[in-house]
Design a protein around this ligand. Structure first.
Ligand code: PEP
Length: 253
C-alpha cells in the first residue's frame, strides 16, 4: 500500500529561530493528535541541523529543498546530498518549478541530483507540472511525461521506489488558484499510468503522487478523496502550524 503524505515546503521563509519554533509547535501538535498520514517538513539548509533534534522522527520527517548536482569539492555556496543527510534529514525536494525556472535547472542537472540524493540515502520528492501556457495548449500530459523521462525514468525499479512524485501545476503555485480535484485526479491517474508503463503495475500502485499548488485545509479533503491523489506538497500553508495541521487532518475526514 502506498503512503499518504503531507509535506511542507518552507521555501526561503522563516529565520532560524522562527523555523525551530514552528517545528516544535508542529511536533507538539502532532504528538497530541497523531496524524493519519506521513508528515514531512522541508526547510532551508541552514535550519536542518537545528530542526532535526526537535522532531520526533516517528511523527515528522525532515527534508531539504534542494541539493547540489556534484558530489563534493570546489563548488562555493553549494550543499551536497551527503551534507543534507548528515543533518538527520531523510528527504530532499528536487525539480521544483522555482528551481527549474529561476535557477535554470535542466532535466540533466536534475538527473544528477536525483542520483546523488539516492546514493546518499535520501528519499526524493520529485516535482513535475506544466505552465499555464502548456495547460491552455492541452500539453500537460506530454510535459509531465517528459519531465519523468528526463530525470527519473533512468532509475532501476528499486531506486524508483524511493521517489515520491509531486504534481504541481505551475499556474497553481502560490497563486491561490487550485486545480480542481477532477483536473488533479485526471493527471495523477495519467502519471500513475506512465509509471505503470515504465515499471509495471505493482510499482505504480506503490508510488505516492502528491498534489501541490495552493492546497489548503478547505480544499485538501476534496483533493485527498481522489483515488490517485496520495497527499500534498504544501508551500504557503505549511508556514503556520494551524494551517498545515488543518491539511494533515484532511486525512481524517
Ligand atoms: C509549492 O511551491 O510547492 C507549493 C505547493 O506552493 P503553494 O502551496 O504556496 O502553492
Amino acid at each position: 500500500m502506498r503512503k499518504k503524505i503531507v509535506a511542507g515546503n518552507w521555501k526561503m521563509n522563516l529565520d532560524l529561530q522562527e523555523g525551530v519554533a514552528l517545528a516544535k509547535e508542529l511536533n507538539e501538535a502532532l504528538a497530541a493528535d497523531k496524524p493519519n498520514c506521513d508528515v514531512v517538513i522541508c526547510t532551508p539548509f541552514i535550519h536542518l541541523a537545528s530542526v532535526a533534534p526537535v522532531l520526533d522522527c516517528n511523527l515528522i520527517g525532515l527534508g531539504a529543498e534542494n541539493c547540489a548536482d556534484k558530489e563534493k569539492g570546489a563548488y562555493t555556496g553549494e550543499v551536497s546530498a551527503k551534507m543534507v543527510k548528515s543533518t538527520g534529514a531523510q528527504y530532499v525536494i528536487l525539480g521544483h518549478s522555482e528551481r527549474r525556472e529561476y535557477y535554470k535547472e535542466t532535466p540533466e542537472i536534475l538527473k544528477e541530483k536525483v542520483l546523488l540524493a539516492l546514493a546518499n540515502g535520501l528519499k526524493v520528492i520529485f516535482c513535475i507540472g506544466e505552465s499555464l501556457e502548456e495547460r491552455e495548449a492541452n500539453k500537460q500530459n506530454e510535459v509531465v511525461k517528459a519531465e519523468l523521462e528526463g530525470s527519473v525514468f533512468n532509475l532501476s525499479a528499486e531506486d524508483f521506489a524511493k521517489i515520491v512524485i509531486a504534481y504541481e501545476p505551475i499556474w497553481a503555485i502560490g497563486t491561490g488558484k487550485t486545480a480542481t480535484a477532477e483536473q488533479a485526479e485526471e493527471i495523477h491517474a495519467y502519471i500513475r499510468g506512465c509509471v505503470a508503463e515504465k515499471y509495471g503495475a505493482e510499482v505504480a500502485e506503490n508510488t505516492s503522487i502528491l498534489y501541490g499548488g495552493s492546497c489548503k485545509a478547505s480544499n485538501a479533503p476534496e483533493l485527498f478523496a481522489k483515488p490517485d491523489i496520495d497527499g500534498g506538497l504544501i508551500g504557503g500553508a505549511s508556514l503556520k502550524c494551524a494551517d498545515f495541521k488543518g491539511i494533515i487532518d484532511a486525512w481524517k475526514k
